[in-house]
Design a binder for this molecule. Structure first.
Ligand code: PEP
Ligand code: MG
Length: 561
């Protein structure tokens, strides 16, 4: 089986680009909040003293953070100051003091209040949810102070290391030395979490939300790719060193790439960004991205219990449209279900949700959800004077495409569909009779072609978009587009891999949309090769028997001339 010899590659969300190879370091354990404090109620006379102990601990923690802030600069200083302010937040202090007044020990009260606030922030979702790490950090620092223990934090490594953690406390990240912590990897957090913000400021490659990270032992050599969002466990040392050197050369080239997307011989290919909200769209607008190739609308609402109103949706979509005035923006309708359930979408319990009612299929049982979303997109278009393209996820048949297109057109919008299901790739010519464009979601197309769960680290070799079978389906869809003169883009992670992006162009795709962090690297790679090289690389990859063979044959073709 193909999985046995290849190194394991864990996948996450790319946050800060760059490739590094170093041993793993885990921060020491933080104090266990409940470990040694008695559940017994405090006697009435003890409570005032306990309240003072809590107040003193909070202000000691805040003071220490402020004095570190005074020595830091930029985002690091800002994070330390914000965390210090949170340590003395009035609502937080009042809730904790109330618990102590009711008889809880200070430690138990801090734990209970932190739980309460964590739950509240998580429910609020978005940026608030990403502040949960700050709260937990404050909790642990205050508890350590109450117990007279040293303040928790990241140890200073002896050798350059890859710092791995569930989520790093912002105050810890802010103090990192980029010469010793050469990459950051977390199993939680998002690309706008403080970990990612500080890593960006410090120029430390960073991957967040990596599944399976907890199994990686300290000292294990890993190759972190912050552009593609991967962590390769114990790769061949020579190959890893070459990857790091190559990445440094590419980073130098990418930094100077200004767009627009084209091969060295002038074949134009739009290089676009994938975003999940207005803030990400604004960040993408600071790169040479020519527009947005995928706006994942469901990510705006993952923590909502109730469907957002049409007005609220229109506001959120409008923020994204406004970031790219007069440019292409492709809005995807809610891709709810499977790994991205939405509470308000009414998902039934399913034995196999990846093959269940997800994506456009939700609209069968709940057509109003789609109608209201299209209404909101049309309102956002009107308010911003933009003409977004709108596409449906998980289309499997021409009939689904036809019905979706009619509905989208009735709102005066431009319809397209995603090609994520092999059936849709095979019938792309028939689907294109109804819609104006296709966008290939290589993440799901790979998952369904190879019958390999995209979340499974064990199946990483199978769920590799370099698999020739996946490339053959991309080719079929691109060919159908060329025959009908309609655009066919790629918006899955494959478009973030510079070499694979060149292969996709050789297969005939007309646009590439990736995480904003990858845009420069993709644009620069494309600018360094001719269309003939891309086609030769595509042909070589299509002829291969495995993903490894496809990759090396394509790289050889791209390196010639
Ligand atoms: C894809 O499947 O390639 C895609 C872009 O959609 P998502 O990753 O959101 O499922
Ligand atoms: Mg998908």
């Amino acid at each position: 089986m193909e999985t046995s010899s290849a190194p394991v590659v864990l996948r996450g969300v790319p946050a800060v680009g760059g490739v590094r190879y170093a041993p793993v370091l885990w921060p020491g354990a933080r104090p266990a909040p409940e470990a040694d404090d008695s559940a017994a109620e405090l006697e009435e006379p003890e409570r005032a003293g306990e309240r003072e102990r809590f107040a003193a601990a909070s202000s000691a923690v805040a003071d220490r953070l402020r004095s570190r802030a005074a020595k830091a600069t930029g985002a690091a200083a800002e994070v330390l100051t914000t965390t210090a302010t949170l340590a003395q937040d009035r609502a937080w202090a009042a809730a904790t003091e109330k618990r102590i007044a009711d008889g809880m020990s200070a430690v138990r009260a801090v734990v209970a209040t932190a739980d309460q606030f964590v739950e509240m922030f998580t429910r609020m979702g978005g940026l608030m949810a990403e502040r949960v790490a700050d709260l937990r950090d404050i909790r642990d620092r205050v508890i350590a102070d109450l117990r007279g223990l040293p303040e928790p934090g990241v140890p200073v490594p002896d050798v350059p290391s890859v710092l791995c953690a569930e989520d790093l406390a912002p105050a810890d990240t802010a103090g990192l030395d980029p010469n010793l912590v050469v990459a950051l990897v977390t199993s939680l957090g998002g690309p706008t979490s403080h970990t990612a913000i500080i890593a960006r400021q410090l120029g430390i490659p960073c991957v967040v939300a990596v599944s399976g990270l907890e199994k990686v032992q300290p000292g294990t050599m890993v190759l972190v790719d912050g552009t593609n969002g991967t962590v390769e466990i114990e790769p061949d040392a020579t190959v890893a060193a070459a990857a790091v050197a190559q990445a440094r050369r590419e980073a130098d080239l990418a930094d100077s790439w200004r767009g627009p997307g084209a091969t060295a011989d002038g074949h134009q290919v739009a290089v676009l960004a994938n975003v999940q909200d207005g803030a990400a769209a604004q960040a993408a607008a600071e790169t040479p991205a020519e527009g947005i190739g995928l706006f994942r609308t469901e990510l705006c609402f993952l923590n909502r219990d109730l469907e957002p109103t049409v007005d609220e949706q229109a506001q959120i979509y409008g923020d994204v449209l406004a970031a790219f005035p007069g440019r292409k923006v492709v809005v995807r309708t809610l891709d709810a279900g499977s790994d991205k359930p939405l509470r308000f979408a009414g998902h039934a319990d399913e034995a196999n949700p990846a093959l269940g009612v997800r994506g456009i299929r939700i609209a069968q049982g709940n057509p109003e959800l789609l109608t209201r979303q299209l209404e909101a997109i049309a309102a956002a278009a009107e308010a911003t004077g933009q003409s977004p393209w709108v596409m449906a996820p998980m289309i499997a048949t021409p009939a689904e495409a036809k019905a979706f297109a009619a509905q989208v057109r009735s709102f005066g919008l431009t319809p397209g569909v995603m090609i994520e299901v092999p059936a849709a790739a095979l019938l792309a010519d028939r689907i294109l009779r109804h819609v104006d464009f296709l966008s290939i979601g290589t993440n799901d197309l790979t998952q369904y072609t190879m019958a390999a769960d995209r979340m499974s680290a064990d199946l990483a070799t199978l769920s590799d978009p370099w698999q020739p079978a996946v490339l053959a389906l991309v080719h079929a869809a691109a060919k159908a587009g060329a025959e009908q003169g309609k655009p066919v883009g790629v918006c899955g992670e494959a478009a973030a891999d510079p070499a694979l992006a060149c292969v996709l162009v050789g297969l005939g795709v007309t646009s590439l949309s990736s995480a904003a962090a990858a845009v420069r690297a993709v644009g620069a790679a494309l600018a360094g090769v001719t269309l003939t090289q891309c086609r030769a690389a595509a042909e070589a990859a299509l002829d291969a028997e495995s993903s490894e063979e496809a990759r090396s044959a394509a790289l050889a073709a791209l390196a010639t001339h």
